[in-house]
Write a protein that binds this ligand. Structure first.
Ligand code: FO1
Length: 317
């Protein structure tokens, strides 16, 4: 079996790591790049970094982003020199941003740079940017457009969001390596990891042609809810849902993926909305989706793949 996982930041990266533990090179992770931005002269790709560090087992366990055992001399010197301190770059983390920025300047693609970094960190799975073109998320708050990291980090997701915009999405192309990386003659199970559907998964699905391609090549598509009992485990998903007029619940997320998914995984706390595999619409199962340890990640990955297998059998009947 080969698995295609869609992931954004911290939550999605954890399930991707669980899948990588089970599948190694049979896993391809397509990552959101719409959070990328220029900062202090560096091209920063936060979701690619978070997925890469998490799959390499070197991510900061407390935050989910950046490196474990980090030091902050660079940032303290930036502060001393009167530079911006709202976005923290650890001393070892800076090396990756410097390498990526330099390679981009030498006209390497984000895909090839990501592959070089993954291999150097011993990652067997393939990590692919959703596109090598420039797509940037902006959120409209009180009539003005905020760049994603300004909203997410600098303003700590406090502003009220009325609209989410993916600048450049119209002319973006899906990553061409998607079709070469996957053996289209063998079954493909696609797992939509528990990332923010509106900020992390939607940019991937919005790349022109991506959604239809996923439906065409996937034998089964399963999504995992990032909303548990009406709240997000991490990040602004529930808050944004309320602000754009949606009820923050796992059921709303399931509806958001309607027409795309065959199965939906909710947390055991949302057991009440599960359905049988025979019922119309996506089958909904309840699993332990809160991942507190590496073992939890691997267990959830195993359960999701078993659920996908059951659906695969049903779809083939
Ligand atoms: N998130 C923060 O809340 N504060 C930071 O200072 C911060 C720095 C940072 C540096 C590199 C990196 O790859 C990620 C970083 N993040 C930080 C996380 C990032 O903003 C989010 O994880 C994603 O953009 C949303 O998924």
């Amino acid at each position: 079996m080969q698995v295609l996982a869609l992931a954004g930041g911290v939550g999605g990266a954890k399930l991707a790591a669980g899948l990588a533990n089970l599948l190694g090179e049979r896993l391809t992770v397509v990552v959101n790049t719409a959070d990328d931005f220029e900062h202090l002269g560096f091209h920063i790709s936060p979701d690619l970094d978070t997925v890469t560090y998490t799959l390499a087992g070197i991510a900061n366990p407390a935050t989910g982003w950046g490196l474990a055992d980090e030091s902050w001399q660079f940032m303290s010197q930036i502060e001393r020199l009167g530079g911006p301190t709202w976005f923290s770059l650890g001393d070892r983390d800076v090396a990756l941003h410097a390498m990526r920025t330099n390679k981009l300047r030498n006209k390497e693609t984000l895909s090839s740079i990501t592959s070089t970094i993954s291999r150097s960190l011993g990652i067997q799975a393939t990590i692919l940017p959703m596109t090598d073109d420039c797509v940037q998320t902006f959120v409209r708050c009180d009539g003005q457009l905020l760049a994603f990291q300004e909203y997410f980090v600098r303003k700590k997701c406090e502003p009220i969001v009325s609209e989410i915009i993916f600048k450049g999405i119209e002319t973006a192309q899906p990553n061409s390596e998607l079709t070469t990386q996957l053996d289209l003659n063998r079954p493909i199970t696609t797992i939509i990891c528990p990332s923010n559907p509106y900020l992390s998964i939607d940019p991937i699905l919005a790349v022109p042609g991506m959604r239809d391609w996923l439906i065409e090549v996937s034998d089964v598509i399963v999504a995992v809810s990032p909303i548990v009992a009406g709240s997000a485990i991490k990040g602004p998903a529930a808050k944004i849902m309320s602000e754009i007029g949606l009820e923050p619940s796992a059921a709303t997320v399931c509806k958001h993926y309607e027409g795309l998914i065959d199965g939906f995984v909710v947390d055991s706390l949302d057991e009440s909305i599960t359905t049988s595999v025979g019922a119309p619409g996506p089958a909904i199962v309840a699993l332990q989706t809160i991942m507190r340890s590496e073992a939890d990640r691997t267990e959830l990955a195993k359960e999701c793949l078993a659920f996908a297998e059951r659906l695969l059998v049903k779809v083939q009947q």
